[in-house]
Structure formats: C-alpha cells, structure tokens
Design a protein around this ligand. Structure first.
Ligand code: NAP
Length: 298
C-alpha cells in the first residue's frame, strides 16, 4: 500500500508508455518487501531541467532517464560519474538529501549492463578480439566505451550516417590503449558482410528490427551469416528479432537485448536502495510485460 513513507523513483522520458522499467523495478521492490514505488514521469522536451529539480523538491529518491532526455538531464546534475561524463549522457539520477541541501548525482549504468551481459554469456573480455558495432547513437557509445575500457578490442563502427560514426571515433579514441583500435565506415550490406568475415562479435546498436518494424534486420536476407560470429542485438522488443532469427538459422550464436536492460536496471536499483538487485524477479517481470505487449498488438 502506498503511504506517506513510500519512497518514490520514476522514469523521465517522452514518451514513457512502452517502457518495461516500471514492471521491472516494482517487481524488484516487491520481491525484497521494500516500501518503494516506481512511476512513469512523462516530461515534455523543454521541461527537463524543471523536472530534474522537481524530483528533489517532491522528495523522490531518484529516477531513470530515457530518450530524448539523457543529454539534457545530465546538465542538471550536480555531480557526474566518470561513465556519465565519458558518454555525455545520464540514465540514472540519485537524489541525496542532507542538512546542507539537495544534490542530484548523475550516472550511466548502460556500461554496467553491457559488461554484465557479456560476462554472463562467457564472452572472454581479456582476450584481444574484433568486434563490429552497428550504430553510432547513445547505445553504440556505451558499447564502445565498455569494450575499450575493459579490453583491447579492435572495433569497427558501421553507421548509416558516416559523420556520426566518425564523431564517435573522435570522441572515444583517447581511451584506446595497447592494441585497441577504433575506426568508422559507412553501413552498407557489402561493408557489413566484409567486416564480419574476420570479426568474432557483431553488435546491433541501431533501432533496426524494433517493434513495430520487427521485420527489419541489419543483415541482408539473401546473404549467409558466418557461423563463427556471436550476434548481440540490443533491441529487446521483440525479444527474438529478425537478426537473431537469422543468426540461429545460420548456426551463429545469438544474444538478446533483455539481459542488458535488466543489468543496467539492476545497477540503478542498487544505486537507489543500496540493496543487491533481485535479478530473477526483474527478468520474469520484463518477460511478462513483453508477453502482455505482444498480446495487445494482436
Ligand atoms: P539513437 O541514439 O537514436 O541511435 C539510433 C541509431 O540507429 C543510429 O545509429 C541510427 O543511424 C541507427 N538507425 C536508426 N534507424 C536506422 C535504419 N533504418 N537503418 C540503419 N540505421 C538506423 O538510439 P540509441 O539510444 O543508441 O538506441 C539504439 C537501439 O538500442 C534502440 O533500439 C534501443 O532500444 C536499443 N537500446 C537497448 C538497450 C538495452 O538495454 N538493451 C539500451 C539502450 C538502447 P543514423 O545515425 O544514421 O541515424
């Protein structure tokens, strides 16, 4: 039951209706019997700074931040984690109350999500290897940062808009150490097929294949997919994307985007509550919410 003692966190975004985060976090609070509540907070573009300041004024404990507000919300935080600084975006805000006032701390837990997913899938991060990252938005930036800070990956970024990929390479090439390499090229069916011949990991960090355009795939339908590849698709709605179907049909390994969503959420949960996140409860809540969405689409 919600009472005056209930601790509240929320999701700042526009729109926020299709998010899995309320189901995921409320299931986690329930599993640990915490008197906490997670609520969607639709915030219009132009009102983000007021909304972030309002969190503290209303006594909320924090928030997640999603598109299109991740960069704007960053500018309203009093402190930033090194990951948030490096990525130029926050996805988690923690509000601290003290006799000296209210402070907003900005974090980016997408990196935790990427690394926890790769470790869970036994992708050996200490070994030098080649990865192809498709996309150059916020998710691709988190992937590249995670791979380069953890290991000496050789990464080729392929993006529809080449300038955006080149910008990302310029921003992040400073964190390449040792044999790590980061380069950019335009995304075409030919460049993708050619780049993956001697790569081990292919990561889709674009919105291609996402509901309601679930027939889409970055991989050309007529081309065979190399069986040695591991394919990690960040899209999680639908869970089994066309790209992952193609991977399974070709005998390549397929990793879906749900685990990353859950692991970044688990880190946010821990930052707010100080408790280890009940990951299994979060996973079943997300799977249930996705099933319900699928039912509503029919
Ligand atoms: P974003 O900043 O808007 O970037 C979108 C990217 O997708 C850009 O590189 C864009 O290319 C590319 N793109 C969009 N439509 C395309 C098309 N038809 N053909 C080729 N490329 C296309 O978005 P984001 O935040 O990086 O998110 C990207 C995806 O990752 C989304 O599907 C999101 O749901 C998913 N994601 C998942 C998680 C997770 O936890 N699993 C976390 C974050 C994001 P241009 O630069 O050419 O426009």
């Amino acid at each position: 039951m919600v009472s005056s003692r209930t601790q509240i966190v929320g999701l700042i975004g526009w729109p926020v209706e299709h998010s899995l985060s309320p189901a995921m976090h409320n299931a986690a609070f329930e599993r640990l019997s915490l008197d906490w509540l997670y609520v969607p907070l639709p915030v219009r573009p132009g009102s983000v700074q007021d909304a972030v300041r309002g969190l503290g004024a209303l006594g909320l404990r924090g928030a997640n931040v999603t598109v299109p507000h991740k960069q704007t919300a960053m500018r309203s935080a009093d402190t930033l984690s090194s990951a948030a600084q490096a990525l130029g975006a926050v996805n988690t805000l923690v509000i601290e109350y003290s006799p000296h006032g209210i402070r907003v701390h900005g974090h980016n837990t997408d990196i935790d999500g990427v690394l926890a997913t790769l470790r869970r899938e036994n992708i050996e991060l200490s070994r030098r290897q080649r990865a192809i990252v498709v996309g150059a938005g916020g998710a691709a930036r988190a992937i590249v940062y995670a791979l380069l800070t953890e290991s000496e990956f050789e990464i080729t970024l392929l993006n529809r808009t080449l300038d955006r990929a080149v910008g990302l390479v310029t921003d992040l090439s400073d964190i390449c150490t040792g044999a790590a390499r980061l380069s950019a090229a335009p995304l075409t069916p030919e460049s993708l097929i050619s780049a993956t011949q001697d790569a081990e990991l292919l990561i889709n960090a674009t919105a291609v294949g996402m509901w309601p355009h679930a027939d889409g795939s970055i991989w050309p339908e007529a081309a065979a997919m190399p069986t040695h590849l591991t394919i990690f698709d960040l899209v999680y709605n639908p869970l089994e994307t066309r790209l992952l179907q193609q991977a399974r049909q070709s005998g390549a390994r397929a990793i879906d985007g749900l685990n990353m969503l859950i692991m970044q959420g688990a880190r946010s949960f821990e930052l707010w509550t100080g408790e280890p996140a009940p990951v299994d409860a979060m996973r079943s809540a997300c799977a249930g919410a996705l099933e319900r969405m699928k039912g509503e689409e029919r």
